[in-house]
Design a protein around this ligand. Sequence first.
Ligand SMILES: [Ca+2]
Ligand SMILES: [Ca+2]
Ligand SMILES: [Ca+2]
Ligand SMILES: [Ca+2]
Length: 740
Amino acid sequence: MPAPLRAPVRATVGRAALLAGFLLSSCAPHDPGAPSGTGGEPGTGGVPASGAGGSGATGGATSAGSGGATSSGGAPGSGGATGSGATLGSGGRTATGGAAGGRPATGGTGAGGAAGAGPGGATGGGGGPGVTGGTGFYRMERLGRGLVAVQVSGGVYVGWRMYGFEYDAANPANVAYNLYRGGTKIATVTNSTNDLDTGGSATSTYVVRPVIGGVEGAASETAAVWTQPYLRVPLQVPPGGTTPADCATPSEAYAYSANDASPGDVDGDGVYEIFLKWDPSNSKDNSQSGCTGDVYIDAYKLDGTRLWRIDLGPNIRAGQHYTQFVVYDFDGDGKAEMAVKTAPGTKDGTGAFLHLGPAASDDDSAVYRTDSTGYVLAGPEYLTVFNGATGAEMATVNFDQARGTVSSWGDSYGNRVDRFLSTAAYLDATGLPSFIMARGYYTRTTLTAWNWRAGKLTQLWKFDSNVTPKDAAGHPYTGQGSHSMTIANVDDDPEQEIMYGAMAVDNTGAGLCSTGFDHGDAEHVGDLIPSHPGLEFFMCNEDGTHPAYHVRDAKTCAILQQGPIDGADTGRCVAEDVDASNPGAELWSSSTTGLLSATTNASLGSIPGSTNFVVYWDGDETRELLDNNHVDKYAKGTTSRLLTASGVSSNNGTKSVPTLTADLFGDWREEIVWRESDSSALRIYTTTAPTTRRLYTLMHDPQYRMQVVGEQTAYNQPPHVGFQIGADMPDPPAPNIQVR
Ligand SMILES: [Ca+2]
Ligand SMILES: [Ca+2]
Ligand SMILES: [Ca+2]
Ligand SMILES: [Ca+2]
């Protein structure tokens, strides 16, 4: 049975006390959409340090005006006094501990290394955007507080982030948050990171400050109230075109729609930007011949400012299996990069053809497409790293899984040779992330891991099933991959492993294990069976000659549950805790009957209303269903509607997936990004359902964050955290992270 939701803890503060509050006395009123915020103010949030006064860097609040425009946040603060821990005014970044720039001067980078104790490096008690902290292994993003306020019936819903390093697993009560409306403290929230302000209105503004060990920390950015439960991000739709007269599908008009997206903070202000792939209406599944329009990738600030557009050119075909773009901060400088497969004719975000590495001497006017089929089976193939802020090419190398002989990948006409996947993962002892490019899964299977560090792109390792054909138990590594690739730490070292359908690869690039059950379309990994040690992996299978689905020990590939061999192509399946009455996750799929317990494989009743995405949306700990443009609740065998987003559309045909789901702002519940049906904007929906479950931002869970990186790939799958969230969950473990 579900744990009863605890009563919210919310202390109201008398008005007189508020007026005496010195902390906000110098905050300028919020000015939605203003180009600059207010400067820094001395605060008490920082820890005494020896640094010079902190200079607030660029601001950037997620707070938005009612029209949906993002306030671009504060100008640099003038810095706090030495030793007192400068904080900033609204929108500004906190310079932790008052050091210039606020970053620790030295930081531990070895496995399990402690954060350095450089000037200003003491952290953890601050509260403004871009706060640093933690001493764990994984170098994670420095995020703002993500404060959102949405007008709802009965007041204003307000939600914000708890940082992963803020969470005190041993003493959760040590952390609380003071919520201010217009400079007046209205609540101290101790068991969640949200509040329903019954006194709020559309003109209210909010600030939140952490209270750690009884000491109030730095102010967040200021949030204005949205009058609808989404942020609208205007887009610039690329002009359509017409295919050449001599191609397989001649003189065909095509138009563009917004497709998959990925978040990354390109300017280090603690606010995500959105990287967006544009899909031409004539994009193709690899099995289909025909020419396609070019693929574009844009980056947008949340106010709709387009930062750049990359044109991948005529030698990259459009379709779900071709362009997999990896967005994350790979070198740890606080700014996200993007890596993607490119070719001659690709123009970077400055409008220039690629010109580095092998691209320096290629022919950018060449079209390598076979006109009679539309496939691109000749010509150079590259891997390029782009600057996230400018779209400029930073490094290009040959794509080191060359197509070679087309027929060696499973067919001769050009389908299976061009099956690509990508994601990021923490693979080596530095605690910095790497990224992974995969080619092939029906027969030959290859993965390469790459580091972008100190301005250089280097290969960390390469896995090739031609070199390593079987695991220790004799199960094949050929033909095992899926249409998605998910990351989890499944063994005893902190580095992460790669779950690749029926097989897994260790962080070192060595094969870890395989079930030999062959290719499938969907996979999910998490703590699916709480009573079984470690993480479990679930997938469904395509060929009908292996079990329709299986649950395995993610570390050993030992089969824990399996479905019937039913001859079906089980193309859709989900594992998640959607039923509070059953411990752990439930399973369901397109070829089996009923909702099944991951722990026992027993049927629990009728199947949920969709077999697609899942999303944390309402106030309890079980997860909700996301399909097409709606969110649904499964309970006691019944599926009921929680949200219908009118005016938006899903992507990728019958897959009906959103543009993106991730914990982009607000509390730990996930935001849903859909495109407006004509692609004139993205809408980022946020929940307004109060909860009394408190969790740190899911983006500070290394497994979830890496799965968000991989979410854009091929048949998009929802990300899963690396610990149990569910009706019977214990308090979560502290994440092994550091933010600097
Ligand atoms: Ca940003
Ligand atoms: Ca970077
Ligand atoms: Ca590991
Ligand atoms: Ca959220």
